[in-house]
Design a protein around this ligand. Structure first.
Ligand code: NAD
Length: 466
């Protein structure tokens, strides 16, 4: 039996960050990961490879459609998808190797294999060579992540019925890709394959795409994605689907319309993810779980079992790498006796389409539903000088603030590089900042960030450039 202070089950962004923080705090730390590489879904089959392909496909699209506007003459670009995929794989490798380096630097042991929580601080790790090592840990952090939800009648084969994993690894551009689910994965990966030449049809169950975002953002996104050629069909309930050789047939119904049937050479099912508790038998351990299988935790990420913590997608809430990372830090600090606790008010959400979408805080609809008074200001990128020079004038920044105290309540952006612009607002949120704080701060000119300042001034009724 090998003893350790802290054992982290899972080496994704929640788990590996928790391990590093625990080691920084002087704990001997073991991180159990069964994949061939560290980094979990985000680094291997999620955030990082998708952003690599999003960037490559944006370049391709730019060269094909916009280079001439800039006075750059090019012949028709030729797609080398194999090279694009090699570049993606190399970027993923840089990240996974980077985590291994950080583990070495902090003296963290990577226990390669499948961990099973036996109770009372004991974890068995079954290595790929069939040997089992038993660890006894003073504290355990469960960070086992999530898995994609499938459709019962259309099992994933990752060849033609794809989750994010298969949709990131296609060797050929499909002629017709059907995407089931108009959420974050569906729109990001649908955009990649649309730009590279696929016909893309998105079937979304609810009346709008991106249902959790502010209605003004949804409206603008819907318009711009349609203009980019995404065939968005909302209010569409998929009733049946099957694969027959190289074709997949999908049947769906929209209220008030006769059922429809479409054929595709690949289908991406992106209808959400659910907590994964590999190696954690909650019933046998007496571990409390919620209705969706998520592990129940308090603000310091403690489960109901003593010395057992849980973080990241397995505890539910927003399934975001940066939320998991922060929870990992909180768990490691709580183990070290520091007064750490998680608060969720200022966690940004970003969609890496082009234009990008970024949001923090309440939507206008949520404020209305809560009967909360607010004032609102918006500023369009078409009135921003830097956006004009970039040739990227689609979108706006919208700021919602309290009419009395002026505290920021929600900020919603669609436009160029808003994944970066939102950071300023998140900081303001952390300090319960106001529209006046943002509007009164000098922003470099010309810069996209001036749109944020102007939206704050608009909420105060004194924008300069509109
Ligand atoms: P999601 O929750 O973002 O979107 C799922 C969509 O599918 C929703 O719009 C939902 O209404 C729809 N849907 C559900 N059942 C359906 C059905 N039967 N038919 C048609 N539509 C249906 O989930 P996702 O896109 O699968 O992403 C999974 C998770 O990964 C999300 O929680 C997301 O936040 C996270 N993620 C984040 C990023 C990012 O931060 N940029 C990128 C990718 C994934």
């Amino acid at each position: 039996m090998t003893t350790t202070d802290v054992l982290v089950l899972g080496g994704g962004p929640g788990g590996y960050v928790a391990a590093i923080r625990a080691a920084q705090l002087g704990r001997t730390t073991v991180c159990v990961e069964m994949d061939r590489t560290l980094g979990g879904t985000c680094v291997n089959i999620g955030c990082i490879p998708s952003k690599a392909l999003l960037t490559s496909s944006e370049h391709y699209d730019f060269i094909a459609r916009h280079a001439a506007e800039h006075g750059i003459g090019v012949s028709t670009p030729v797609l080398d998808l194999a090279q694009m995929q090699r570049r993606k794989t190399e970027i993923v490798g840089q990240n996974t190797r980077g985590i291994e380096y950080l583990f070495r630097k902090h003296g963290i042991t990577w226990a390669r294999g499948r961990g099973t929580l036996k109770g009372k601080g004991v974890v068995d790790v079954l290595a790929p060579d069939g040997t089992t090592t038993t660890y006894a840990a003073a504290d355990i952090i469960i960070a086992t992540g999530s898995v994609p939800v499938g459709l019962p009648f259309l099992p994933f084969d990752e060849e033609r019925v794809l989750s994010n994993t298969g949709a990131l690894a296609l060797a050929e551009v499909p002629s017709h890709l059907v995407v089931i689910g108009g959420g974050v994965i569906g729109l990001e990966l649908g955009s990649v394959w649309r730009r590279l030449g696929a016909r893309v049809t998105v079937l979304e169950l609810l009346p709008t795409i991106l249902p959790e975002f502010d209605a003004a953002i949804i409206k603008a996104a819907d318009k711009v994605f349609r203009a980019q050629g995404l065939d968005l069909r909302t209010g569409a309930r998929v009733t049946a689907a099957h694969r027959d050789g190289t074709r997949v047939t999908v049947e769906y119904a929209r209220e008030g319309s006769p059922p429809e049937r479409i054929e595709a050479d690949a289908v991406l099912v992106a209808i959400g993810r659910r907590p994964s508790r590999t190696g954690v038998d909650a019933a046998a351990l007496g571990l409390a779980v919620g209705p969706r299988g998520e592990i129940v935790v308090d603000a310091a990420m403690r489960t109901n079992l003593p010395h057992v913590y849980a973080i990241g997608d397995v505890v539910g809430g927003k399934l975001l790498a940066h939320k998991a990372e922060e929870e990992g830090i909180v768990a490691a600090e709580a183990i070290a006796g520091l007064p750490a606790h998680m608060h969720y008010a200022s966690i940004p959400s970003v969609v890496y389409t082009w234009p990008e979408i970024a949001s923090v805080g309440a939507t206008e609809e949520e404020l209305r539903a809560a009967g909360r008074a607010f004032r609102s200001g918006s500023f369009p990128f078409s009135a921003n000088a830097r956006a004009r020079t970039l040739g990227d004038v689609t979108g706006f920044v919208k700021i919602l603030a309290d009419p009395e105290s002026d505290e920021l309540l929600g900020v919603h952006m669609i436009g160029p590089s808003v994944s970066e612009l939102i950071a300023e607002i998140v900081l303001a949120f952390e300090y319960r900042g106001s529209a006046d704080d943002v509007g009164g701060t000098v922003h470099a000119h010309p810069s996209l960030s001036e749109a944020t300042k102007e939206a704050a001034l608009a909420a105060l009724g004194r924008a300069i450039h509109i």
